[in-house]
Design a binder for this molecule. Structure first.
Ligand code: AMP
Ligand code: ZN
Length: 313
């Protein structure tokens, strides 16, 4: 049963097959039985993939955090016939990372899906918790940067060209609102659920869940017996992105459909962005970079300097 709502009466009918409905979709003014809901959900994902022009033969690397979104997108792509491999980066955030890794392992083993796990400490030299004590920068933005960069690099290193991430309708609509409110026009171009590769060492990036919201994703996990990690990252409390999502949720309650209209009227009118191809190469590590050094090498230099200062008597 959905939180806060009374159970559906036995006479409630699924709008697709007219069988007994068990799932309520107020945003679509619809009721579904479990099978028709799964059909609705998979159609949302396959439509997004068709819109991105991704061939069903393209092998996909799926970035999995252990949360509901990435496990749901992995499941949906697998069940709709895509060849997938999961990729988890163990960030080193105390017990949260143990629980994230465990949620991915349990999901993948139950379904016999291939996956790989890398530790940030091993591939970068520092865990997120170690970085926290060595920088004054906001840890969420540093962690976000490292996650993006490591996921790109590991995807290419594992021989894949396409990376899937779990961002959903609420994430994308919240980000769009944030960019609009702050008038960050430089980010408008990249606000698209499909970013083609702009460098041989950068995978293209897909967000197949951009048409499905958190509520639908939770219902999908329930129907499919997916057990995501429910805990939130201990560092993410008070993130400004939450405020934009809450603002949209308020509008959605008063005017159902607002969130979808807001995002789709923006995305559906646009073509995939053409990203600048003038990316150079990092002098230190050979990865794509906009200046002499890539953002990962700059961060690593900064952390080493801090450490030297601390260790100098
Ligand atoms: P977040 O930025 O935590 O909201 O995560 C957005 C998406 O990034 C998730 O849906 C995953 O696809 C991916 N992701 C986040 N954290 C990890 C991780 N530790 N390992 C692999 N992928 C991740
Ligand atoms: Zn570099």
């Amino acid at each position: 049963m959905e939180a806060g709502l009374p159970p559906l009466p036995a006479t409630a009918k699924c709008i697709r097959c007219h069988g007994r409905a068990t799932i309520r979709m107020p945003n679509h003014n619809a009721l579904f039985c479990a099978d028709c809901f799964v059909h609705f959900f998979h159609t949302g994902v396959t439509r997004a993939m068709a819109k991105f022009g991704v061939s069903p033969d393209e092998p996909l690397m799926v970035a999995v955090s252990g949360g509901k979104d990435s496990l749901a997108v992995w499941n949906a792509l697998h069940e709709t016939g895509y060849a997938t491999r999961g990729l988890h980066v163990r960030l080193g955030i105390d017990e949260f990372s143990d629980a994230s890794s465990e949620a991915v392992r349990r999901f993948a083993e139950d379904r016999r899906l291939p996956w790989a796990e890398y530790s940030l400490e091993e591939i970068f030299g520092y865990s997120v918790d170690a970085i926290r004590w060595r920088t004054r920068r906001k840890i969420c933005s540093v962690c976000g940067l490292l996650k993006r960069q490591m996921l790109n690099r590991l995807t290419v290193r594992e021989g894949y060209r396409t990376l899937v991430v779990g961002h959903n309708l609420d994430d994308e609509a919240g980000r769009l609102l944030g960019n609009m409110v702050r008038h960050r026009t430089q980010f408008f171009e990249k606000q698209y659920p499909f970013l083609p590769s702009s460098h041989p060492r950068l995978p293209s990036k897909l967000k197949p869940l951009y048409r499905l919201d958190a509520r639908e994703i939770r219902a999908y996990c329930r129907v499919k017996g997916i057990l995501p990690l429910e805990a939130k990252c201990p560092h993410s409390r008070g993130a400004t992105s939450h405020a934009y999502k809450e603002a949209l949720e308020m509008l959605e309650t008063r005017m159902p459909g607002t969130k979808r209209d807001f995002l789709f009227s923006y995305v559906d009118r646009r073509k995939p962005p053409v990203l600048s191809a003038d990316i150079g190469t990092c002098k230190s590590c050979g990865e794509p970079a906009f200046g002499d050094l890539c953002s990962v090498c700059k961060l690593s230099d900064h952390l080493k300097k801090q450490q030297d200062e601390l260790e100098t008597p």
